[in-house]
Write a protein that binds this ligand. Structure first.
Ligand SMILES: Nc1ncnc2c1ncn2[C@@H]1O[C@H](COP(=O)(O)OP(=O)(O)OP(=O)(O)O)[C@@H](O)[C@H]1O
Length: 564
């Protein structure tokens, strides 16, 4: 009691200064502690009225809500004192929205010579999202929501988390919010194909990007091929009961084999868009791939999706898998060049422990997802072990060859649409390349994006559009025929034709006039490359032989030394 009395006694001028300082420290500390305790008690009291939901970045609802916040929550950001502005995707599905704040940059298309769109403008959409570790309050359907985005640290890196609190009697309002965000998200995701890649380190799938859907019409294959595959996929997806009644595993496999650059991958992406499925890509030759990892990955593939096994021959070759001493382990990707025709060496193994039986088990085993469409691509079907490609695993085989005259004509028409279909046609040509006309498709798809104030972008857009001559249907047909006549049957890849057309995308007439000369130059270049490759291989063989002879000589010397 005396101590408190001393403490509270006024600091007089004749008291000890050390004592006074100590008194001040103790009083200050007590007041601050009391303040903190009351604040935390008050927060606890307030929090007891709040319902709180947590959303981890690892799960879909986080994406839905971030997408919804970047879009629907926009008016609230107008009042917020702290937020993040980003041009990056706000979700794993790459859906960055144009916000109501009209934050869209169209005037920098020439700065880095990047993408070119029909309109000449490159759109950079901007989103406003909650900044980290700050609590934002937004109004939603008669309730105030408190939103906090934080970062959580885990064993394998950091992971963002969204916390949403609301004062309500039950969690109906949160359910409603999540459902609305999901609906919005799915509506905006409609035009995209999402790609997930296998992460062999953690045995999980990582979102790798969302691509604009590629129309089936932009894939030029021999008549009937596309329709056959599409009809088969649709029929399969609609036959779950049929499979169940007969006890057949509800899976279907497609083996797309043939020359490089013939449209195998493009067709799969296009099919995914048409069927509304995501693509899960596994490269069996990836470093660290093992039987267990693959089984885990297969077990985590959703029921309706496309599972893509790329370059199947790079992982298993007949020569290796049939070898008694082989584990069937995949070979290093460096040795999997499609141009290489020599059988692969087990020494090239990159440390993966995947076996052929492991792969077969993961494709057929109980953990393997039902309802998935398995697509496998290879440039060397002859190298596959028959066990991999047998019916039940690969039910439909499609051979992709070099371009026929029919395909040459078709791809020309895709690039140069005729006058009557010019509006829609500008979006027809598609390319996976960054400078391809696919960006022009995007430009043509959103004419309404151009505002009246964006005169600069508009004039550039018109100039770019005008530089592509729009010809009559008859002239295009005639040019396409002449183009096809100059293309040798089954010699050049469709990708090569696409490359030539891309270089001439504004010169349809000159493109046809010069195509014969281009074919000759292509042949010469291929001859040169072939010769260089042969010389390189011969040199490598000679060096290897000399090295082997040297080793034998050294060994002989060693043996004779021991004998002496
Ligand atoms: N049949 C085709 N129709 C339309 N475009 C094609 C066709 N074949 C190839 N292309 C174009 O060529 C490029 C390469 O095609 P893609 O990657 O689909 O070939 P691929 O057969 O999968 O090649 P690889 O075996 O080397 O992986 C793409 O930009 C695609 O637009």
């Amino acid at each position: 009691m005396q101590a408190i009395k001393n403490l509270l006694s006024p600091l007089s001028g004749n008291s000890n200064p050390i004592q006074d300082t100590l008194k001040l420290v103790v009083i200050g500390g007590t007041v601050e502690t009391a303040r903190r305790a009351s604040v935390s008690a008050w927060n606890g009291f307030i929090d007891s009225f709040f319902l709180t939901a947590h959303f981890s970045q690892e799960d879909y609802p986080y994406d839905w809500l971030m997408h919804w916040l970047s879009k629907a929550g926009q008016p609230a950001w107008g009042r917020s004192r702290e937020f993040d502005i980003t041009t990056r995707s706000v979700s794993r599905h790459g859906l960055t929205q144009k916000t109501s704040g009209d934050l869209e940059d169209e005037n920098d298309e020439d700065e880095d010579g990047g993408e070119f769109s029909q309109g000449g403008g490159r759109k950079r959409k901007v989103a406003i999202v909650p900044s980290m570790d700050t609590t934002h309050t937004i109004y939603y359907r008669g309730h105030w929501l408190r939103i906090t985005r934080t970062k959580r640290f885990q064993d394998y890196g950091s992971c963002a988390e969204l916390k949403i609190s609301v004062v309500a009697r039950n969690n109906d309002i949160l359910k409603r919010l999540v459902l609305e965000a999901k609906r919005e998200y799915e509506k905006d995701a409609e035009h995209r194909v999402h790609i997930f890649m296998a992460d062999t380190t953690y045995g999980c799938w990582r979102w790798n990007g969302a691509r604009q859907k590629r129309p089936m019409s932009s894939i030029v294959l021999e008549p009937g091929v596309k329709d056959m595959i599409l009809a088969d996929c649709k029929d399969f997806l609609a036959s779950e009961d049929w499979y169940a009644e007969r006890g057949i595993p509800f899976r279907r496999g497609y083996l797309l084999h043939g020359v490089p650059g013939s449209g195998k991958t493009s067709l799969i992406h296009s099919l995914a868009g048409e069927l509304g499925l995501d693509i899960y890509v596994v490269s069996l030759s990836s470093k660290g791939m093992s039987d267990n990892t693959l089984t885990t990955l297969m077990g985590n593939v959703p029921s309706r999706c496309i599972l893509l096994l790329e370059d199947l021959d790079a992982a298993f070759t007949r020569g290796i898998s049939r070898d008694e001493t082989s584990t069937g382990a995949p070979l290093s990707s460096s040795s999997s060049s499609s141009s290489s025709s020599s059988p692969k060496n087990k020494d090239d193994n990159d440390g993966s422990t995947l076996s052929l039986s492991g792969l077969l088990n993961s494709l057929d085993g109980v953990a393997a997802a039902e309802g998935r469409l398995l697509f496998a691509t290879t440039n060397h079907i002859e190298r596959l072990d028959p066990a991999l490609s047998r019916p039940g695993r690969m039910d439909v085989w499609v051979n992709f060859k070099h371009a026929t005259k029919w395909q040459a004509e078709g791809i020309f028409k895709c690039f140069f649409p005729a006058r009557s279909s010019s509006a829609a046609g500008m979006s027809a040509p598609q390319s996976d390349g960054p400078t391809g006309p696919s960006t022009s498709a995007a430009g043509a798809k959103h004419p309404a994006d151009a505002t009246s104030s964006a005169n600069l972008a508009e004039s550039k857009r018109k100039r770019a559009a005008h530089s592509i001559p729009v010809l009559s249907e008859e002239e295009i047909s005639d040019l396409a025929k002449r183009f096809a006549d100059a293309i040798p049957e089954n010699e050049l890849s469709v990708a090569a034709l696409q490359g030539y057309l891309l270089r001439n995308k504004t010169r349809p007439r000159e493109c046809v006039d010069e195509v014969a000369a281009w074919v000759i130059s292509e042949r010469e270049m291929r001859e040169k490359l072939k010769k260089e490759k042969e010389e390189r291989e011969a040199k490598e063989k000679k060096e290897a032989e000399e090295k082997a002879k040297k080793e034998v000589r050294l060994r002989l010397i060693h043996v004779s030394c021991i004998a002496y």
